[in-house]
Design a protein around this ligand. Structure first.
Ligand code: 5AD
Ligand code: SF4
Length: 489
């Protein structure tokens, strides 16, 4: 199989290709426009594309950037994977995520047999794993383009190479310290957007593969972030989600350090912006300054995602989380006192190596005390290369499954009780979409991130409206539009 590790050298031999970014990518965007136009003329139809996202919100935002380039160069979005260009933006946080991708690839191969024009591409976290690349090279030779997390900004250049060559284009970098600004993006929603504030992670929790596949922590400059938010607001966005693996350590590596709370206070000043969300917070770095900033803010949503992972101080130590059960609980107490209407959500892993029933009961105890609105519960997944993968005492499957189902029942019971706390109140809801089951309803969210369905017409999508929360149905509300004021930012 021919691969191309050295595409940069091949391309830089042409004199007119700019070396600096993002100029270089805009050069390839122009080249791509010509290539896509010629191909669609020869086929007598437009070329279509489909980007499929696995994993987290960071990946979802990356996919918007990839779609931005595809549409700019002339691809039309397709509804399904029966398209001329299909890109899977992968996740590798748990083994299941990898298995899903291999399953989908088999399906894509079937489609490609009927469409020889089809180009199949893979990117994202899973591509940063050497074993994955070996397997793809050996058994998935029909894949045309593979790139990783660090060179995603070179997508235009790599796509051009893939379209103009019959070789498998493979370009994976180990790490980078670079952040390339000002590339296009195609937003999924007109009224809300993710905004990256930092990339990578320095925490090395012992179970987690992210620091290995996303590299070291790098913060974007505040002026670039604020300018992006200003531009989004000028374009009708009223809610932003600030994204990073550990937003609470934002700014530490900047030339002029700025705290995350400081960044939030500057974002608050932006006219037109109504709601600010952020994700994810590491408990060890959550400062009093942030709590006070949230408390004083009119725009920061009353929702905090604060991953617990385990309630046992002994397991937390093994996980390298750098807080104890008591420290976590006192943080929750401080938050509840400062921001009483806060909705707290979390991530919990069950079955970390060496977890005993007593450890598990500590987790159950924290769940009862912290009163989460929602908790995402995961079965521990062994990730090759992480310290936890080499630990002895992996917990047997039946034991993990039993704990998992007990945890899930508790989390759901508490979640149901918590969600009902606003019943009978009228609160602002951002209308986000037409309800999938009943088109006479709209679906929106409270600032606490709780879903509300209420009668309304599609012209209201993207507006923040007062909604009377009539009936709580477990994890969501049925509501009615209230004739009171429309909320302005
Ligand atoms: N196994 C199970 N869950 C994991 N997570 C991260 N790594 C693993 C793993 N190896 C979970 C954590 C994290 C969320 C995004 O995924 O709970 O917060
Ligand atoms: Fe998946 Fe983590 Fe990568 Fe997000 S950062 S795509 S959750 S592995």
């Amino acid at each position: 199989m021919n691969e191309n590790y050295k595409n940069e050298q091949i391309l830089t031999t042409a004199d007119d290709i700019p070396a600096e970014e993002p100029k270089r990518q805009y050069y390839f965007i122009e080249k791509l426009k010509e290539t896509v136009k010629a191909k669609s003329e020869s086929l007598g139809r437009p070329l279509t594309c489909k980007v499929v996202t696995f994993g987290c919100q960071m990946n979802a935002r990356d996919s918007e950037k990839l779609r931005g380039i595809l549409e700019l160069v002339g691809y039309e979005p397709a509804q399904s994977e029966e398209a001329d260009f299909v890109l899977y933006n992968t996740c590798t946080v748990r083994e299941n995520a990898n298995l899903k991708v291999y399953g989908h690839l088999g399906y894509l191969n079937g489609i490609k047999k009927n469409n020889p024009e089809m180009v199949i591409a893979l990117c994202g976290c899973m591509m940063q794993e050497p074993e994955v690349i070996e397997k793809l090279k050996k058994s998935y030779r029909f894949v045309d383009l593979i790139f990783g997390t660090h060179n995603i900004y070179k997508f235009a250049e790599l796509l051009y190479l893939a379209l103009t060559s019959d070789r498998m284009i493979l370009d994976i970098w180990k790490d980078t310290d670079k952040i390339v600004e000002d590339l296009p993006a195609k937003r999924t929603y007109s009224f809300k957007s993710g905004v990256n504030i930092m990339f990578g992670c320095n925490n090395f929790c012992s179970y987690c593969i992210v620091p290995y596949v996303r590299g070291r922590e790098r913060s974007r400059r505040p002026e670039d972030i604020l300018e992006e938010i200003r531009r989004l607001c000028g374009d009708g966005v009223l809610e932003v989600m600030l994204l990073g693996q550990n937003v609470n350590s934002y700014g530490k590596t900047l030339e002029h350090p700025l705290s995350f709370a400081g960044l939030l206070r500057q974002a608050e000043e932006i006219p037109g912006l109504s709601r600010i969300r952020f994700m994810t917070s590491h408990p060890k770095d959550l400062s009093d300054e942030l709590i006070q900033t949230m408390k004083a803010s009119k725009k920061i949503c009353r929702h905090l995602h604060l991953p617990l992972q385990s309630g046992s101080s002994r397991i937390l130590k093994q996980m390298n989380r750098r807080y104890t059960k008591e420290q976590y609980l006192s943080l929750v107490e401080k938050l509840r006192e400062a921001i009483p209407d806060l909705s707290l959500t979390t991530d919990i892993i069950v079955g970390f190596p060496g977890e005993t029933e007593e450890d598990f009961q500590e987790t159950m105890d924290v769940v009862r005390l912290a009163q989460y609105d929602t908790a995402f519960t995961f079965i521990y997944s062994k990730r090759t290369g992480t310290p936890a993968a080499a630990m002895e005492n992996q917990v047997p499957d039946e034991v993990v499954k039993d704990r998992f189902s007990r945890l899930l029942s508790l989390v759901q019971e508490i979640g149901r009780q918590r969600t009902g706390r606003f019943q009978g109140q009228t609160l602002p809801v951002l209308a986000e979409s037409v309800n999938e089951q009943d088109p006479s309803l709209l679906t929106g969210r409270l600032e606490q991130n709780i879903v509300v369905h209420f009668p309304g017409t599609p012209d209201l999508i993207g507006k923040i409206l007062p909604v009377y929360l009539k009936e709580c149905r477990g994890f969501y509300y049925l509501g009615e539009r209230s004739p009171e004021k429309i909320y302005e930012s």
